[in-house]
Design a binder for this molecule. Structure first.
Ligand code: ADP
Ligand code: MG
Length: 422
C-alpha cells in the first residue's frame, strides 16, 4: 500500500510540474470549455454574440501572462454584451479573470476589478430584467445582487487568499535562503578569524624563541674558545628555548587537531609566566627591568595570554630592531578600569613601515579582540615603545583574591629583578 501511495504522489507531482510548465496550454483548454458553454447558449442570440463570446473567453488563455489586461479585454466585451442582450455561460470567464487578477496582481488592482464586476452586475440586472425598470426591480436587485455579488466576492476572496499564500511561502523561502547565506558567511568569518589567530600564535612563538636561540648561538660561537663555561651556558639556554618552543607548538597543534584534553594539560602562558619570559630575555643578553604598579587582579580568560604575547613580541622586536646597546623596560599597571602593559626600549627606533612584519599587527588584533587598544611607535626621547591597554574593570571577577596573592608575590620577585637586571 505504501508503495502504491508513493507512486501516486510521484505521479501527481509529475502532473503538477507538467501543468506548471504548460500554463498557456492549460488555460487555453479552460478557455475552450468556457467557449463551448457560451456558444451553446448562442443559438437564440444575435450575431455579435460570436465575437463577444470570443472576446470573453480568449483572454482566459493568457490570464496568467497579463492578468489585468486580460481582465480589461473581457470587461470591454461585457460592456458590449450589456448594450445588446442577455447573459451567456461565457460570462463565467469574467469571474475566472477576476480571480486571476486577485491572485497575481496587487490588491489595489484586484479591488478595482471587483468593483467593475459589481457595477457591471448591477447594471446588467437593471438592463436585463424582463419587466424593465419598474415595481419588481427592488426584488430583482436583491436576488441578482446576492447572485452576482456573491460570485464576484467569492472569486476575489479565492484569488486574494491564493496571492497571500504565495507571498507567505515566498517570504518563508526567502528567509530560509537568507539564513543559509548568513550561516555560510558566519562560518567563513569564523574560519578567517581562526586562521588569523593561528597565524598570530605561530608568529609569536617562532619569532620569539628562534630569535632568542640565534642570539644565544652567536654568543656561544664567540665564547667557544675564550670562555667555554659561558659557551656551555649559552648552548644549554638554546636547548631549553628550543624545548619550550616545541612545547608551545605542540599545544597549538593540539588545539588545531581538537585534542582539547592535551591542550589543557599544557597550560597557556599568562601574566604568571612573565617571570620566565624576562629571564629568557636576560639570558639572551637583553637588559630588562620590570615594574608593577596597582593591585593585581584576575584577568578575563585569554587576556592574560594577550598581555604575555605583547611583552614577548615587544622584547623580540627590541632584540631584532633596537640595536645591540638597547635595554628594555616592562611595566604592568593595574588601573581601575584595566591593565596597561608597557614595553619601552632606548634603542635606535625606526618608524614601523606599513608593509612591516606581522608582529605589531597581530598584537593589535589580539588586544582589540578583548576590547583593548594598542599604541606602538618611536618614543619622543628616542627608543621604541608599545603600550597596550586591556579592559578589566575592578570587581569584574569574583576570583580576584587568590590571584592577587600570587601577583603580589610576583611583584616582590619583580622588585628583586629590577634591581638585578642587566
Ligand atoms: N623595539 C623596536 N625598535 C625599533 N624598531 C621597531 C621596534 N619594534 C618594531 N619596530 C619597527 O616596526 C616594524 C614592525 O614590527 P613587527 O610588526 O613586529 O614586524 P617584524 O618584527 O616582523 O619586523 C619593524 O620592522 C621595525 O621597523
Ligand atoms: Mg616583530
Amino acid at each position: 500500500v505504501a508503495g502504491l501511495l508513493c507512486a501516486y504522489a510521484e505521479i501527481m507531482a509529475a502532473i503538477y510540474a507538467w501543468l506548471g510548465r504548460h500554463r498557456v496550454l492549460v488555460d487555453s483548454f479552460l478557455a475552450a470549455v468556457l467557449a463551448v458553454f457560451g456558444l451553446a447558449a448562442m443559438l437564440h442570440q444575435p450575431w455579435p454574440y460570436v465575437p463577444i463570446t470570443l472576446l470573453l473567453v480568449a483572454p482566459v488563455a493568457i490570464r496568467r501572462q497579463i492578468p489585468t489586461t486580460a481582465f480589461m479585454i473581457a470587461a470591454v466585451a461585457g460592456l458590449w454584451q450589456l448594450a445588446i442582450g442577455g447573459p451567456t455561460g461565457a460570462d463565467l470567464a469574467i469571474l475566472v479573470l477576476l480571480y486571476t487578477v486577485a491572485a497575481y496582481r496587487p490588491r489595489r488592482q484586484s479591488t478595482a476589478a471587483a468593483a467593475i464586476c459589481m457595477v457591471g452586475g448591477c447594471v446588467a440586472i437593471i438592463v436585463w430584467s424582463p419587466d424593465g425598470p419598474g415595481a419588481k426591480l427592488i426584488m430583482q436587485l436583491l436576488v441578482g445582487g446576492v447572485l452576482f455579488g456573491g460570485s464576484t466576492l467569492s472569486a476575489w476572496v479565492l484569488g486574494d487568499s491564493m496571492r497571500y499564500r504565495r507571498g507567505y511561502y515566498a517570504a518563508l523561502e526567502d528567509r530560509a535562503a537568507r539564513l543559509e547565506a548568513e550561516r555560510d558567511a558566519q562560518a567563513k568569518v569564523a574560519t578567517a578569524a581562526e586562521r588569523a589567530r593561528i597565524a598570530r600564535e605561530l608568529h609569536d612563538i617562532i619569532a620569539h624563541h628562534v630569535s632568542v636561540m640565534v642570539v644565544q648561538a652567536d654568543g656561544a660561537g664567540y665564547a667557544l674558545r675564550s670562555d667555554p663555561v659561558r659557551a656551555e651556558m649559552a648552548i644549554k639556554a638554546i636547548s631549553a628555548t628550543g624545548r619550550q618552543a616545541l612545547t608551545e607548538m605542540r599545544r597549538l597543534l593540539g588545539v588545531l587537531r581538537g585534542a582539547d584534553e592535551q591542550a589543557q594539560m599544557t597550560p597557556v602562558p599568562g601574566i604568571g609566566e612573565l617571570r620566565e619570559l624576562l629571564d629568557q630575555a636576560r639570558a639572551a643578553g637583553l637588559a630588562v627591568s620590570y615594574t608593577l604598579s596597582g593591585v593585581p587582579r584576575e584577568l578575563p580568560e585569554g587576556a592574560g595570554l594577550a598581555a604575555y604575547r605583547v611583552v614577548q613580541e615587544s622584547l623580540t622586536n627590541t632584540r631584532k630592531h633596537a640595536g645591540l646597546a638597547a635595554s628594555a623596560a616592562v611595566t604592568l599597571r593595574y588601573e581601575p578600569d584595566g591593565l596597561v602593559v608597557e614595553v619601552t626600549d632606548d634603542g635606535v627606533a625606526s618608524l614601523p613601515a606599513d608593509s612591516a612584519g606581522h608582529g605589531l599587527a597581530g598584537m593589535r588584533e589580539r588586544i582589540e579582540m578583548y576590547g583593548g587598544t594598542v599604541q606602538a611607535g618611536p618614543l619622543p626621547g628616542g627608543g621604541f615603545g608599545v603600550r597596550a591597554r586591556l579592559p578589566c574593570p575592578l570587581g569584574a571577577t569574583a576570583a580576584g583574591a587568590p590571584a592577587m596573592a600570587d601577583a603580589l608575590a610576583d611583584a616582590q620577585v619583580a622588585a628583586g629583578w629590577a634591581a638585578g637586571g642587566r
